[in-house]
Design a protein around this ligand. Structure first.
Ligand code: BG6
Length: 289
């Protein structure tokens, strides 16, 4: 059984870890610990990465699973700080790789001592473990290594590759309340979520598994999660896409973000020495017809 793991440079100075085992293929960039490819054997790609993505330090990858950390969205009190935290466009350190019978495991670490003190004064680390097999499991563990308490939010901002946005529903959020970042209103989801316009919804107080019905690919993608009490669903639609230099004009038709997050008042307070794990397990079922 071929089971391989190797390094490549996607562009000079931009290393990625490639994994290929009997169940799947994957690619993980050391920049941002961003997984940019996961394709189960015999299936379509599950993760979308923009053809216009820029691979360069200081720039978050448009696509994949950007790791928003240690906060989600704009910084709660200081708008001069980067959107979605500072870990998604900096290099992480590879800690270990392990070949298991049924999956390959890759762990990377980020240490806040590499960022300026004004950005994050309290020593904190994030460790992320990818298990690549029949399912894709991602676990992000934050650890407060300082001597005072800290507040942690964040997201696994997954871009899912779909056949066509007009032929996609997200189920599992029926009855859940949301903050709509497009209209600045609150609402409650009724039934399945479908897409006909810019969508930027933060679903609150939900631990539920969501399912993306990707009918054009005759499949369902299940997104289970742990340590997360919000789910963000995002598609930029036409105008917003046009304003994004790293997204092709038609790209919005081919992805939807369903994000495992702690995005509002569900952020975690970590006392000195405490840890918190935010995780997601993604499985694909092709029995949909
Ligand atoms: C989503 C947010 O999670 O990320 C959106 O809810 C935001 O508001 C989107 O536009 C993309 O953010 P960025 O910083 O990667 O362009």
């Amino acid at each position: 059984i071929p089971h391989e793991l190797w390094f490549e440079e996607l562009t000079p100075g931009y290393p990625v870890i490639k994994v290929s085992n009997r169940h799947a293929k994957a690619t993980i960039a050391l920049l941002g610990a961003t997984l940019i490819e996961y394709t189960p054997t015999g299936s379509q790609p599950v993760i979308f990465t923009s053809s216009e993505a820029v691979f360069q330090e200081g720039k978050a990858i448009r696509g994949g699973i950007p790791v928003c950390w240690p906060w989600f969205g704009p910084h709660p009190t200081d708008s001069s700080k980067p959107n979605h935290g500072f870990a998604r466009d900096r290099f992480w350190e590879l800690k270990s790789t392990t070949k298991h019978e049924d999956y390959t495991e890759v762990t990377l670490e980020f240490d806040t001592r590499q960022v300026a003190n004004e950005l994050w004064p309290q020593h904190t680390t994030a460790e992320i473990t990818f298990k690549i097999g029949q399912a894709l499991d991602v676990q992000l563990t934050s650890c407060n290594r300082s001597d005072s308490s800290i507040t942690i939010g964040g997201a696994l901002h997954t871009y899912f590759d779909i056949a066509h946005i007009s032929d996609v529903s997200v189920i599992g959020l029926d009855g859940v309340t949301f903050a709509d970042k497009v209209t600045n209103k609150h609402g409650s989801q009724s039934g399945a979520l479908t897409f006909t316009q810019e969508t930027d919804l933060v679903f609150e107080k939900t631990m539920a598994t969501t399912t993306i019905e990707d009918r054009g690919n005759s499949r369902q993608i299940h997104v289970a999660k742990n340590g997360s009490r919000s789910t963000v669903v995002w598609n930029p639609w036409i105008e917003k896409s046009a304003g994004m230099g790293d997204l092709g004009n038609e790209d919005y038709l081919g992805f939807v973000c369903v994000e495992t997050a702690n995005a509002f008042d569900d952020v975690y307070t970590l006392e000195p020495g405490a840890i918190h794990t935010l995780g997601t397990t993604i499985t694909v079922n092709t029995s949909l017809s």
